[in-house]
Design a protein around this ligand. Structure first.
Ligand code: SF4
Ligand code: SF4
Length: 259
């Protein structure tokens, strides 16, 4: 592709821990190749130099939790030709969406000495609840190689090639013994997007669902299997309430087991 100028990249932060932005810095070798192809125009975590938009590609980390966020994300969208959300916070509301199941005012009065200074929304919500999103990259944090693939796909005008299968396939590929079959440990792997390389089962632990629900996840069948393995209703509810608790499939399944 012949270009007169390098495409401009912007990285934005909303409610998040910065871990997904760090995945971009963690690219190290790949980053040098990337900056040959793309101009990092707005990345406050990495540089004080902020170039004005519009931007060709925006990566958005974090969820919407305040009235200011709610208004700012529309400005980000208007300044961005393409917008990709990165991580569980941006794609499902993140771990901070656990508040969505309770009254946020109770937490505010418990946590803050002067609650009157806190301006917050009742819920932590994903970016796609507020503006159009071109692509969602899952994970907590995201996989840096998948991030490079998404940026590369954008540069070449094609769809990113990220797997749609579950973590179970990754277990099979690395030859990991299934913790559900061998130990009876509840594992979210069968309903979770691949991307982590099945790290937890390789340490004989169940998957925590960091990469969120895969397409058409059969959460009902998985819960039924956990029940047969002896899991109690509140254990099943809590297992679905992790980093992606507010992703629709996990939210519905956890609510079905809430007393
Ligand atoms: S998805 Fe996880 S790693 Fe990424 S910003 Fe949110 S909490 Fe941090
Ligand atoms: S350990 Fe979990 S992710 Fe791995 S094969 Fe078993 S159920 Fe699937």
């Amino acid at each position: 592709m012949v270009r007169n100028h390098k495409p401009k990249l912007a990285v934005w932060k909303f409610a998040s821990c910065d871990g997904c932005q760090l995945s971009l810095l963690d690219c190290e070798d790949e980053l040098l190749t990337l900056v040959d192809e793309i101009e990092i125009a707005n990345f406050a975590e990495a540089s004080r130099v902020i170039l004005k938009g519009p931007y060709d590609l925006s990566l958005v980390e974090g969820s919407i939790t305040t009235p200011h966020d709610e208004e700012r994300i529309h400005r980000v969208r208007r300044a961005s030709k393409h917008l990709v959300t990165i991580g569980a916070c941006a794609t499902s509301g993140g771990i901070q969406a656990l508040r969505n199941f309770k009254d946020v005012n109770e937490f505010i009065s418990l946590v803050y000495a002067s609650p009157k200074y806190i301006e917050t929304l009742n819920k932590s919500t994903p970016i796609s609840d507020h503006v159009y999103v071109d692509f969602e990259l899952h994970g907590c944090p995201i996989n840096k190689l998948q991030l490079v693939e998404v940026i590369s796909a954008f540069l070449h005008g094609r769809k990113p090639n990220t797997p749609s299968h579950s973590v179970c396939i990754e277990c099979k590929l690395r030859g990991t013994t299934c913790v559900m079959v061998a130990q009876g440990t509840p594992c979210l792997g069968p309903v979770t997007h691949a991307g982590c390389g099945a790290i937890c089962p390789s340490y004989a632990r169940g998957c925590y669902g960091c990469f969120g629900p895969k397409e058409t996840p059969n959460t009902v069948a998985l819960s039924a299997r956990w029940s047969k393995l002896g899991a109690k209703e509140d254990e099943i509810m809590r297992t679905f309430r992790g980093f992606n608790a507010y992703a629709e499939a996990f939210r519905k399944e956890s609510e079905a087991h809430e007393k």
